[in-house]
Ligand binder design. Structure first.
Ligand SMILES: C[S@@+](CC[C@H](N)C(=O)[O-])C[C@H]1O[C@@H](n2cnc3c(N)ncnc32)[C@H](O)[C@@H]1O
Length: 459
């Protein structure tokens, strides 16, 4: 049985807890805030896009997708990624009609798209439009998932490719549905799970610094439907999405939209006809923001490739080079498989010369593994909290804004800096931990506590 342990974090976004890893997926301070502050803002994307027209992102440990979502949200907010809302369509009686009536003339521009779909009715046209609009546009635009110049994509538009990796297929499928709640939603947190682990942290002040646009989740859902059509058959996913227990954590608009698409698939059933009827009513009453979100399907310069499985294997099989890598695995002390020297060597091979790896971890063992893999290593600084909040690894030293301090380097040279090893890139976490413990025991390096004492005394 699949267990999900959601809770509202201090910025209203939903976080998860993993009993297996005995670890939280997201900071209780705010799942969305964490993504923004540790992965998006330090990437200096505005500067990047001054000189680049495309970006390839590798989101390692996608989970429920906050890093990918914040990335898209940021680009949309900064008008770097332009979503074609088709403003004219938002006028009364225009946008709605093109979606669900016999108004073929309004969709004339798109008719060629459906020509091979053997559509028999206008309902089918509508269905195929909603279901396949992006697929068709993108598959013809980018063959082999590379960001080639194409005819339907304006040269001025930025092109975005995101590959997302995670072992957990259910989380991929659920990822677009999580809502951003408010302070009152915290009352739903008392689900019967390891609440004691997070309750103290959740008592902190509620603060919503960042807001996810509706269209980001719609965009992701559309891409997931395209790349993971099993979403319509997966029983575990459906049970969770429709369970009363979890309802408070999901966005009702997204759930409603998905339900609509799911029933639309049973082409000739009576239920489908009823749903079509309901659908028309539904569309006639939905909010403008929702209509805008549905319209964002028009975006054809964004490719999303979710990949389920062990990230080590997925990256070994990958031929792509990335500009940006988000590394958001569980804590190295419990799940070292994605923090070993060999894993960073693998990432080195997949990073562009001007690329960067960003992670929340400040572990000396992780930083040492990065250095030994050939990277220049620096720190992530959060100006708002005036704290260092993570680590950045690059091939081009000039991209480092905050260098490692004398203290950080001292720690790296102590026992704390002994990195994890996973020679064949397929070791189990337990075995990797055990091997490191033995190495630490045998090592004659200074212990981290002795180093810290000595360092403090020297001041
Ligand atoms: C800290 S959470 C990631 C949170 C995520 N970035 C988000 O925004 O929701 C860690 C994730 O790593 C995944 N994971 C753990 N080991 C993995 C592995 N070897 N390969 C791929 N994913 C892994 C888990 O399924 C979990 O979703």
């Amino acid at each position: 049985m699949y267990n999900l342990y959601p809770y509202f974090t201090n910025d209203g976004s939903v976080g998860l807890f993993s009993p297996e890893a005995d670890d939280i997926y997201h900071s209780t301070y705010g799942a969305l805030s964490e993504a923004y502050e540790k992965f998006i803002l330090p990437a200096n994307l505005e500067k990047y896009f001054e000189t680049h027209k495309q970006i390839k992102v590798l989101d390692i440990c996608y989970g429920i997708g906050y890093n990918t979502k914040s990335f898209l949200n940021f680009l949309i907010e900064k008008n770097i990624l332009k979503i074609n809302f088709q403003k004219n369509n938002l006028k009364k009686n225009n946008n709605i009609d093109t979606i669900h009536t016999n108004n073929i003339s309004c969709t004339l521009n798109n008719v060629s798209i459906y020509s091979n779909n053997n559509c028999k009715t206008n309902n089918d046209i509508m269905f195929n439009k909603v279901m396949h609009d992006n697929t068709i546009s993108i598959d013809t635009v980018y063959s082999n998932n590379t960001l080639h110049k194409n005819s339907s994509c304006n040269d001025e538009e930025v092109k975005i490719f995101i590959k997302a990796l995670d072992m957990d297929e259910i989380l991929f499928l659920l990822s677009p549905f999580f809502k951003q709640g408010n302070e009152n939603d915290k009352k739903h947190n008392k689900l019967n799970f390891h609440y004691d682990k997070i309750v103290k942290l959740l008592n902190c002040k509620f603060e919503q610094k960042y807001k996810l646009k509706n269209e980001v989740n719609f965009l992701i859902l559309n891409k997931i439907i395209d790349k993971m059509p099993q979403i319509f058959e997966n029983k575990v996913f459906e049970e969770i999405l429709t369970s009363r227990k979890y309802r408070a954590f999901f966005d009702s608009k997204l759930r409603g939209y998905f339900k609509l698409l799911k029933y639309k698939r049973c082409k000739y059933s009576v239920l489908r006809r009823i749903m079509s009827f309901l659908h028309n009513i539904y569309y006639s009453h939905i909010s403008t923001s929702y209509k805008r979100a549905v319209n964002c399907f028009k975006i054809d310069n964004f490719i999303f490739e979710p990949k389920t499985g062990d990230a080590r294997k997925s990256i070994i099989d990958d031929k792509e080079l990335y500009n940006l890598i988000f590394l958001d695995a569980f804590t190295p002390a419990k799940c070292p498989a994605l923090w070993s020297l060999e894993f960073f060597k693998l990432l080195y091979e997949h990073l562009e010369a001007d690329g960067m790896i960003l992670t929340y971890s400040s572990s000396a063992a992780v930083r040492n593994a990065m250095l030994n893999a050939g990277f220049f290593v620096g720190k992530i600084f959060n100006e708002q909290s005036n704290k260092f909040t993570g680590t950045i690894a690059v091939k081009n030293k000039s991209l480092i804004k905050y260098e490692l301090s004398e203290y950080d380097l001292g720690l790296i040279n102590s026992k704390a800096g002994i990195f994890y090893r996973d020679e064949k890139l397929n070791g189990l976490n337990e075995a990797i931990i055990e091997a490191r413990e033995k190495e630490v025991e045998k090592s004659d390096k200074i212990s981290s506590s002795a180093f810290i004492k000595r360092f403090k005394r020297s001041f």
